[in-house]
Write a protein that binds this ligand. Structure first.
Ligand code: BDR
Ligand code: CA
Length: 312
């Protein structure tokens, strides 16, 4: 077996963030060294608590969880309660978190994990990328300690919060721009591919059949998530975006990506947060990111269900 990749997960749980955390924690290819929360789907006080609850449900109480940015770099936070409920994890009754929030802030936790690791650490981000932007901006000396950044957000096609912007990109486009320009290896996992990771009735049955705490809690999350996706987007099989970003490292055999050019729209009043992905090389600019273009959906769900089974 190869040595697991050390990873930090930056998230805003969030129903799909919960599955992203579980896929990472249940994967023998990844070693989760820390979790950081950001304001996104709900306010920071919810997302940091939700991250600890999601780990607790899975029986994991020894991975530090730290709180990061409550607001985007230059804008006011806009949340997504229409999909995730007011507390960010609508549906199941939330048990108390089994451990306290780490006393460090997100940047301090990430710095400690990066500097204490023998090898470069990957960062998987599944929310507005504010925390990662702060780390990258304020700690250039640590860039070489970051193996790569994989982020769920953006799209090569249309958006899900405005016609051309995906939620995570739209909430903090300036943060995304900083991270993309940093020169650190960056992979975008956008709606163009996450919209294939649909929570079909069969997926719901498979999750519900995982006979542990995580399976039961996860099934209740999916019931709520599919109901709100149906109400808002007419998609009763809600797309479970965030675990696809984890699959880039935990299940790379399920992923197809291309090296291409990404530029982030910061100013357009109608297009703020749009991710301009030059798949056809029309702009003749240097490729600067990897963009995921396809997912082996059935193998992906096998990996998600297998990960859930390893948890409590
Ligand atoms: C992204 O936005 C959030 O609502 C989800 O958790 C996911 O990270 C999808 O646009
Ligand atoms: Ca998210």
């Amino acid at each position: 077996m190869t040595t697991p990749i050390p990873v930090l997960i930056d998230c805003d749980p969030g129903h799909d963030d919960a599955f992203a955390l579980w896929l990472a924690l249940g994967s023998d290819r990844l070693d989760v060294r820390g979790v950081t929360a950001v304001g996104g789907n709900a306010g920071l006080s919810h997302t940091e608590r939700n991250a600890r609850v999601v780990l607790t449900v899975a029986g994991v109480t020894d991975v530090p969880v730290a709180a990061g940015a409550a607001e985007p770099l230059e804008r006011e936070l806009e949340t997504a309660e229409w999909i995730h409920g007011e507390n960010g994890l609508g549906g199941p009754e939330l048990p108390p978190a089994g451990f306290e929030l780490d006393s460090r802030d997100a940047t301090a936790l990430m710095v400690d994990v990066l500097t204490s690791s023998d090898e470069p650490v990957a960062i998987i981000a599944t929310g507005p990328i504010t925390n990662v932007a702060l780390l990258v901006r304020d700690h250039p000396e640590l860039h070489e300690r970051i193996r790569e950044i994989v982020w769920m957000g953006g799209s090569t096609e249309r958006g899900n919060v405005t016609p051309y912007a995906e939620f995570n990109a739209w909430v903090d486009p300036e943060a995304l721009d900083i991270v993309v320009r940093s020169g650190i290896r960056f992979t975008m996992v956008g709606l163009n591919v996450t919209h294939t990771a649909l929570v079909t009735p069969e997926v719901r049955e498979r999750v519900a059949a995982v006979s542990n705490n995580t399976g039961r809690f996860g099934a209740e999350l999916l019931d709520f998530f599919c109901a709100t996706n149906n109400e808002v987007f007419g998609m009763p099989e809600g797309p479970l975006h965030d675990p696809v970003a984890v699959a880039v490292l935990a299940a790379p055999e399920t992923i197809t990506s291309v090296h291409t050019r990404l530029d982030v729209e910061l100013v357009g009043p109608e297009t703020r947060g749009a991710t301009s992905v030059d798949l056809d090389g029309m702009l003749r600019r240097e490729p600067n990111v990897h963009v995921v273009t396809a997912l082996d959906v059935s193998a992906f769900w096998d990996r998600v269900v297998a990960a859930l089974r390893t948890l409590a």
